[in-house]
Design a protein around this ligand. Structure first.
Ligand SMILES: Nc1nc2c(c(=O)[nH]1)N[C@H]1C(S)=C(S)[C@@H](COP(=O)(O)OP(=O)(O)OC[C@H]3O[C@@H](n4cnc5c(=O)[nH]c(N)nc54)[C@H](O)[C@@H]3O)O[C@H]1N2
Ligand SMILES: Nc1nc2c(c(=O)[nH]1)N[C@H]1C(S)=C(S)[C@@H](COP(=O)(O)OP(=O)(O)OC[C@H]3O[C@@H](n4cnc5c(=O)[nH]c(N)nc54)[C@H](O)[C@@H]3O)O[C@H]1N2
Ligand code: SF4
Ligand SMILES: [Mo]
Length: 698
C-alpha cells in the first residue's frame, strides 16, 4: 500500500494547492527540476489566485528544504520541553506508540484517555480529516471540538442565514461600498484585494472598521477605529439609522426575513449617542455610516474571523449578517456579507472520516487544552488525558492560556506524539516525534473559505528523508494496533475520489479527472454567486432569521444585541484598574499562525516580538519606541519591543503574532496572557478579549 498511486514527475510543472489556513486557498504551480522543487507560483488562470502567492508561501520551497526539517522519527532524551531527541527507526517509533496507546486503551481509564489534537496546519481533507479520524474513531478516543478559530462566527451565521456561506468575492467589482470589518485583508486574505481595488476604481469607497490602522486600513478611504468587542452595537446603531430614515428594503424584509418588527424595536434601543458610548465612535460618524450603507445599492461587507474573538463574537457576526437583509443588498452582485464560503463545499466527509465508527465518547474543547491536561477528569468528566497525539497544529504556542498548556504538556505521565515538519514548541514536549510530508510531497483535496473553487494538490516531489503523509502514518499505526484493516485500505487518491462521491448539487461536475487536468474547478454555482437574491435561506424557517427561535431555545437573546466582552473595562473596574489596556494579538504579516516563524527571511522581516502602543498610552508609562516592555496580566507575561504609533486606538495594544516561544528572548508569547474562556456561540476562543498592562522591562 502506498500513499501515492501516481508517479511523481522528475521535471515539469505540477498543479498544487496552498495548504494553509487562509481564505484564499491559492492554486499553486510547482516547478520541478531533476526531482527537486525549485519554484512555486500562483496559477495565472485561476480567477481568485490571479497568478500570485503571498509573501509567506512564496517561501514554501525554502520551508520545504529547510535545514531544520524533521526527516526521521525521534525519541525524546532530555526532560519535556528541552528539545533533546535521538533518532530512531520507524519500526521502533511505531512499536512504542502502538504499545503505549494500546496499554492505555486496555487500562481502566480506557481509550478516552487518548486525545487527538489537530487543526489546520494543512486544510487538506486527506491529510487533515480522513484516515486520522477513522483511526481515533475506531480506537474510541476522546473527540476534539475544533473551535480555535471560527466557531463563534460560524454558528452566528448558521443562526442567521442558515449556513456559513455568503456573498461572492468575485461580485465585489460591482459593489458601490466596501466595508472591511474586522479583517486585515492585505495580510490575511490578500487575494481579495484586487477585487476591492476594482470596486474602488469604479467609484466605491473602501472603509476599514478595526481598532488598528492595519496595513489594510491605511490603504482604505477611511478608517473607523472601533473599540474592541463592540461591533454588534455599531451594527445595531446602523440599523437604527436605516429604519429611522426609511432606508430599509421593505419588500426584501417582508418576503425573505423573520422578525422584522422585533428587530425594529430592538434597533430603536441603539440610538447613535448610546452606540457612541459603547463603541467609541462619534455619533455623527455612526449616522453617516448608516446612511452611506443604506444609500448604497450593493454594499459588500467582508468580516473575517478576527472580529469574533471576544465574548460576544457569535452575536457580533450574527448582527452584522442581518444588515444586508435589512437593505436588500443580497439581491445584487457585490452586495451582502461574507464571513466564509466553506459550507458550499459539501464533500462526502462521512465517507472520509467515518464518525459512525466511534462509540459514544466525551468531547474536549481544544481551546481548553490547558484545563484538559491539568484537571483529573479533563474538566468534562471521564478519565484524565494520558496520551496526546498532535498533528497539523502547534498547541504549545497557539492555544490560549499558554502557561496552563505548558504545565499540562510537561506532565511526565503524559505520553505525547507529535507529527511535524519542524521541531516546534509542541514537538519539544513530545515523547515521539514523527516526520510528516509537506504539501509538495503528498496528495490532497481542498475546499476554500474565501472563494468558490475546489483545488487538487498533486505531489510534485518525493517525500524528503523518511517523511510520510499523516494519512500513511495513521494507516501504519492502525495496522500495528490491529484495527479493522478494511478501514485503512484506501490510499490517498482513493480518499480524494471518495470526497467527491456525493450527490451534492454544488459539486456536480467537479470530478477527479477535471481536477487532475486543470488543478481546480469552480463549484456548480454562477459567477458571481448570489446565494440569497431570492431568499432561500437554509434556516428552519427558510428566511433570514432576524429573530432566532433556536437561540431562544439555547437561552440566548433571540434578537441581535450587544454582548460586552468579558474584560470590558467599565464592567470590570477592579481588573481594568490593574490592566487597563486591551491586547490584540492578531497575525503578523509574515507568519501564518506559527507557521513560517522559523523561515529566516520572514522572521527577519517581522524583526522580533513587538508591542504597538498609542502615544498617549506610551507617554503615561514613559515608554519610548524601541524600549523593552513587559505585557502582563494575572494569567501570565511576555516581553516585546515597544513601537509607539498613532496607528492604533488609545487603550488598545497590538502584539503581531504568533511567535514561537523558542524564538523569543524570554521563551514566551502573547498566549501567556490569553484566557480559556469561551464565546457566546460555538465555544470559540476569546484571544482579543484580553486586558493587560504594559510596563518597561527592567
Ligand atoms: N499573514 C497571515 N494570514 C493569515 C493568518 C496569519 O496568521 N497570517 N491566519 C489565517 C487564519 S487562521 C485566520 S483565522 C485568518 C484571520 O484573518 P482575519 O479575520 O483578518 O483575522 P485577524 O487578523 O485575527 O483580525 C483581523 C482584524 O480584526 C481586528 N479586530 C480585533 N478585534 C476586533 C473587534 O472587536 N472589532 C473589529 N472591528 N476588529 C477587530 C484586528 O485588529 C485585526 O486587524 O487569517 C488567515 N490568514
Ligand atoms: N494569541 C493568538 N493566538 C491564536 C490566534 C491569534 O490570532 N492570536 N489565532 C488562532 C487561530 S485563528 C488559529 S486558526 C490557530 C492556529 O493554530 P494551528 O492550526 O496550530 O496553526 P499553526 O501554528 O500554523 O501550526 C500548524 C502546524 O502544523 C504543521 N503542519 C502543516 N502541515 C502539516 C502536515 O501535513 N502534517 C503534519 N503532521 N503537520 C503539518 C506545521 O508545521 C505547523 O507547525 O491559532 C490560534 N491562536
Ligand atoms: S497563505 Fe493564503 S494567500 Fe498565501 S498562498 Fe496560501 S492561500 Fe494564498
Ligand atoms: Mo484561524
Amino acid at each position: 500500500m502506498t500513499a501515492n498511486t501516481l508517479p511523481v514527475a522528475d521535471r515539469g510543472v505540477v498543479h498544487g494547492a496552498c495548504p494553509h489556513d487562509c481564505p484564499d486557498t491559492c492554486a499553486m504551480l510547482v516547478t520541478v527540476e531533476h526531482g527537486r522543487a525549485v519554484r512555486v507560483q500562483g496559477d495565472p488562470d485561476h480567477p481568485f489566485t490571479q497568478g500570485f502567492l503571498c509573501t509567506k508561501v512564496n517561501r514554501y520551497v525554502d520551508r520545504t528544504y529547510h535545514i531544520d526539517r524533521i526527516l526521521h522519527p525521534m525519541r525524546r532524551l532530555g526532560p519535556k520541553g528541552s528539545g533533546r531527541f535521538v533518532r530512531v527507526t520507524w519500526d521502533e517509533a511505531l512499536d512504542e506508540i502502538s504499545d503505549r496507546l494500546s496499554a492505555i486503551a486496555r487500562s481502566a481509564d480506557g481509550p478516552q484517555a487518548i486525545l487527538p489534537y489537530s487543526y489546520a496546519g494543512t486544510m487538506g481533507l486527506v491529510q487533515g480529516s480522513s484516515i486520522d479520524r477513522r483511526f481515533f474513531h475506531s480506537l474510541g478516543a476522546s473527540m476534539l471540538d475544533r473551535t480555535i478559530c471560527s466557531m463563534a462566527g460560524t454558528v452566528g451565521m448558521r443562526m442567521t442565514l442558515g449556513a456559513n456561506i455568503g456573498a461572492d468575492a468575485e461580485g465585489i467589482p460591482e459593489s458601490d461600498l466596501v466595508l472591511l470589518w474586522g479583517t486585515n485583508t492585505l495580510t490575511s486574505n490578500p487575494h481579495l484585494w484586487p477585487f476591492v481595488l476594482e470596486a474602488r476604481r469604479r467609484g466605491a469607497p473602501i472603509i476599514a472598521i478595526d481598532p488598528l490602522r492595519t496595513r489594510t486600513a491605511a490603504q482604505c478611504d477611511e478608517w473607523i477605529p472601533i473599540r474592541p468587542g463592540t461591533d454588534a452595537a455599531l451594527a445595531l446603531g446602523m440599523m437604527h439609522v436605516l429604519f429611522q430614515q426609511g432606508l430599509e428594503d421593505r419588500d426584501y424584509l417582508a418576503r425573505f426575513t423573520l422578525g422584522e418588527e422585533a428587530l425594529r424595536t430592538r434597533a430603536r434601543e441603539y440610538a447613535p449617542e448610546r452606540v457612541a458610548g459603547i463603541t467609541g465612535i462619534p455619533a455623527a460618524k455612526i449616522v453617516e455610516l448608516g446612511e452611506r450603507y443604506g444609500r448604497s445599492r450593493a454594499a459588500f461587507i467582508r468580516v473575517n474571523y478576527g472580529l469574533q474573538r471576544h465574548a460576544g463574537g457569535g452575536m457580533a457576526v450574527r448582527t452584522i449578517a442581518c444588515l444586508p437583509a435589512v437593505t436588500g443588498h443580497w439581491r445584487r452582485a457585490g452586495g451582502g456579507v461574507q464571513l466564509s464560503t466553506s459550507a458550499n463545499f459539501q464533500f462526502n466527509k462521512h465517507a472520509l472520516e467515518r464518525p459512525d465508527l466511534s462509540p459514544p465518547v466525551r468531547t474536549i474543547n481544544m481551546i481548553r487544552l490547558g484545563e484538559a491536561l491539568t484537571t483529573p477528569n479533563a474538566g468534562v468528566g471521564g478519565p484524565p488525558v494520558r496520551a496526546l497525539v498532535v498533528y497539523n497544529s502547534n498547541p504549545a504556542a497557539v492555544a490560549p492560556d499558554r502557561n496552563a498548556v505548558l504545565r499540562g504538556m510537561s506532565r511526565e505521565d503524559l505520553f505525547t506524539v507529535v507529527l511535524e515538519h519542524f521541531q516546534t514548541d509542541t514537538a519539544d514536549y513530545a515523547d515521539i516525534v514523527l516526520p510528516a510530508t509537506t504539501q509538495l510531497e503528498h496528495w490532497d483535496i481542498h475546499f476554500a473559505y474565501g472563494h468558490h473553487y475546489v483545488t487538487l494538490n498533486q505531489p510534485s516531489i518525493a517525500p524528503l528523508g523518511e517523511a510520510k503523509p499523516n494519512s500513511e502514518i495513521f494507516r501504519l499505526l492502525a495496522r500495528r494496533m490491529g484495527l479493522d484493516a478494511r478501514l485503512f485500505a484506501d490510499d490517498d487518491v482513493m480518499l480524494v475520489r471518495q470526497a467527491l462521491e456525493t450527490n451534492a448539487e454544488k459539486l456536480r461536475g467537479v470530478t477527479f479527472e477535471a481536477l487532475l487536468d486543470r488543478g481546480w474547478a469552480r463549484l456548480n454555482v454562477p459567477t458571481p454567486y448570489l446565494p440569497f437574491a431570492e431568499g432561500k435561506f437554509p434556516t428552519p424557517s427558510g428566511k433570514c432569521e432576524l429573530y432566532s427561535e433556536r437561540m431562544a431555545q439555547m437561552g440566548l437573546d433571540p434578537l441581535p444585541s450587544f454582548t460586552a466582552p468579558y474584560e470590558f473595562p467599565e464592567n470590570v473596574p477592579e481588573l481594568s484598574s490593574r490592566y487597563p489596556l486591551t491586547l490584540i494579538s492578531s497575525p503578523a504579516h509574515q507568519f501564518l499562525n506559527t507557521t513560517f516563524v522559523n523561515v529566516d527571511a520572514l522572521r527577519r522581516a517581522a524583526r522580533e516580538p513587538e508591542c504597538v502602543l498609542h502615544p498617549v498610552d506610551a507617554e503615561r508609562r514613559a515608554i519610548a519606541s524601541g524600549a523593552r516592555v513587559v505585557i502582563q496580566n494575572d494569567r501570565g507575561a511576555f516581553t516585546a519591543v515597544a513601537r509607539v504609533e498613532e496607528s492604533i486606538r488609545e487603550g488598545v495594544v497590538w502584539a503581531p503574532s504568533i511567535w514561537w516561544g523558542k524564538f523569543a528572548t524570554d521563551g514566551a508569547n502573547a498566549n501567556q496572557t490569553t484566557s480559556q474562556r469561551e464565546t457566546d456561540l460555538g465555544h470559540g476562543p476569546v484571544f482579543y478579549d484580553n486586558l493587560v498592562e504594559v510596563s518597561l522591562a527592567d
